[in-house]
Design a protein. Structure first.
Ligand SMILES: *Cc1c(COP(=O)(O)O)cnc(C)c1O
Length: 376
């Protein structure tokens, strides 16, 4: 939330998304001289004591926040969640060389497409939400083979769906993409073999990717290209090449902020409250509706529409003028989407609900006439 020309701005961007204003202010304050070193954090070596301390603190805080059990390693990498679409199969699909995917929309399909390019791996799409146009998640999944792992996109950023509970996958290894609800929902890490996420949705600046992997799934004798080899990366504690020092620093500050706020439990409660207010409004509206199936609704990304492109565009323009920014839906989905990650304030949702109500009352008469016509 920033004030300029008296207009309070709320940024509903899906990613890169808003960060806690306190953290951005702190970055500004210490940008010129990190810890009184007279050097900017952007200028310090990744082999320096200053960096080593900062990295270890960030890693420890992340472990606490996500409640990562023993036996799991943490990697701070680059290349976005997108590079993990290739890195995960290279590292984890080595025994049966068969991977099962649940198709829940755009990001899962991108992961499927990239896995297909590794031609010595077999890719099975074992369930899909296609029939529902990805508004509903597959929950009843039958695995007929032994796979190296089953891949799920846990929160579907574009379609606005999320798995609150993992489907029964018969005890097979589960890999989860949690890019858009990492640290915003209490994921039970012990249920996964590997979790990965880009930082720019719910943590900090783009350029950082987080991976949590159960160490005993890794083949210590593998020899992959260095930057794609979890074993080598773990051995060098994510410092195999020059890491993205600035995004790691910013993520570390966000982790501290999250701890001060009460951690992930508190974030989940706040995200329930924020999205709850919006879903309530949409469910009671005669003009707008949320597109995702009620039971599968996301706690961070809420796609909605009037069902009329012209009216949607009019609403987006009007909301923008009122300081409600980046409400346009993904190009693939159309309509509107409100992304409300951890740093997004409750007042922003309330402002959106007011704006929706105002727009609805201005457009209701036309709608009521058509309804009456239908009744008659
Ligand atoms: C944004 C997103 C990605 C891609 O992230 P990049 O950092 O752009 O590679 C992958 N999966 C999900 C679920 C996402 O939301």
């Amino acid at each position: 939330m920033k004030e300029g020309n008296d207009l309070v701005v709320y940024n509903f961007s899906a990613g890169p998304a808003m960060m806690p204003p306190e953290v951005v202010a702190q970055i500004q304050k210490e940008l010129v001289s990190y810890k009184n070193s007279e050097m900017s954090v952007m200028e310090i070596s990744h082999r320096s004591e200053l960096y080593a301390e900062m990295f270890q603190e960030a890693k420890n805080d992340f472990r606490d926040l996500l409640a990562i059990p023993a036996g799991y390693k943490i990697l701070f990498l680059q290349g976005g969640a997108s590079l993990q679409f290739t890195t995960v199969p290279l590292n984890l699909a080595r025994k049966t060389k068969q991977i099962a995917f649940i198709d829940t929309g755009h990001w899962s399909q991108t992961a499927i497409d990239d896995a297909h390019l590794l031609t010595d791996r077999k890719v099975d799409v074992v369930a899909t939400g296609k029939k529902s146009n990805y508004t509903t998640l597959p929950h009843d999944i039958k695995l007929e083979k032994e796979y190296d792992y089953v891949h799920l996109t846990i929160n579907n950023t574009i379609e606005g769906t999320m798995y609150r509970k993992l489907p029964d996958l018969g005890g097979q290894t589960v890999v989860g993409d949690i890019s858009s609800n990492i640290l915003g929902y209490q994921h039970d890490v012990s249920k996964y073999g590997l979790l990965y996420a880009s930082a720019q949705k719910n943590i900090g600046p783009a350029g950082l990717t987080l991976v949590v992997v159960k160490e005993d799934l890794l083949d210590q004798d593998q020899d992959l290209p260095s930057m794609l080899d979890y074993v080598k990366l773990i051995k060098e504690d994510s410092n195999l090449n020059t890491p993205p020092v600035f995004p790691i620093y910013a993520a570390g500050l966000v982790f501290k902020w999250l701890k001060q706020q009460g951690g992930v439990k508190q974030m989940q409660a706040q995200n329930e409250e924020k999205t709850g207010i919006l879903y309530d409004m949409l469910d009671n509206s005669k003009l707008f509706y949320a597109t995702a199936n009620q039971a599968d609704r996301s706690l961070t990304n809420v796609p909605f529409t009037t069902g009329d492109k012209t009216l949607d565009a009019k609403f987006i323009a009007q909301a923008d003028e009122m300081g409600l920014k980046n409400l346009k839906g993904h190009v693939l989905a159309g309509g509107m989407r409100a992304s409300m990650y951890n740093a997004f304030p409750l007042e922003g949702v309330k402002a959106l609900v007011q704006c929706l109500q105002k727009f609805e009352s201005a457009h209701k008469p036309m709608f009521n006439i058509s309804l009456k016509k239908m009744d008659a």
